[in-house]
Design a protein around this ligand. Structure first.
Ligand SMILES: CC(C)(COP(=O)(O)OP(=O)(O)OC[C@H]1O[C@@H](n2cnc3c(N)ncnc32)[C@H](O)[C@@H]1OP(=O)(O)O)[C@@H](O)C(=O)NCCC(=O)NCCS
Length: 142
């Protein structure tokens, strides 16, 4: 297998993002049928780390971050044909290398990856909370 190239600068198109989500298996948990929403996810990401084999996109780590305190690693996806070869771990390492040394990466694991994160040294946080989109948090509008 040829060497994998990594980048924290290369941009990808919504079509490429949808394609890698599909080839990884993560597409079923992301809004891939709504291209506008996918485009907005890319436009407003602060950090996009990618892995390339012969100029083909084989992995992506998309994060929303302030680079100083916290980094929400929203989407980590590796092409099925390349899974288990170290790309996911390298993408997380590259993501971390772009942040302040004390910044924390947080994420919500897909069920199929729940055993992966402890394997690579991440720890589970027992007071993580999610505000569901629907119904929204109750209260009077501002
Ligand atoms: C989960 C995922 C990102 C991991 O990336 P990867 O490149 O395949 O993982 P790595 O090669 O860096 O794996 C490092 C180790 O974790 C293991 N591992 C990989 N995926 C795993 C999983 N889903 N569950 C448990 N262990 C896993 C690897 O076998 C390897 O173990 P080893 O060091 O003993 O050989 C990738 O498999 C993927 O895209 N899966 C489908 C989409 C998904 O679930 N994404 C996560 C969303 S939260």
């Amino acid at each position: 297998m040829n060497e994998i190239e990594y980048s924290a600068e290369r941009k990808i198109t919504p079509a490429q993002f949808i394609d890698i989500l599909s080839r990884s298996g993560l597409a079923e948990r992301r809004p891939v049928s709504d291209r506008g929403r996918i485009a907005t996810m890319l436009d407003h990401a602060d950090l996009l780390c990618t892995a390339w084999a012969d100029d083909n996109l084989v992995g992506v780590a998309r994060s929303v971050t302030d680079f100083a305190y916290s980094c929400y690693l929203s989407d980590l996806a590796v092409d099925r044909a390349f899974q288990g070869t170290g790309i996911g771990t390298e993408l997380i390492r590259l993501t971390q290398s772009q942040l302040h040394p004390k910044a924390l990466i947080v994420l919500l694991s897909a069920p199929q990856a729940a055993e992966y994160y402890p394997k690579i040294g991440m720890t589970q946080h027992h007071s993580a909370w999610v505000a569901p989109a629907s119904p929204p948090i109750p209260g009077s509008p501002p």
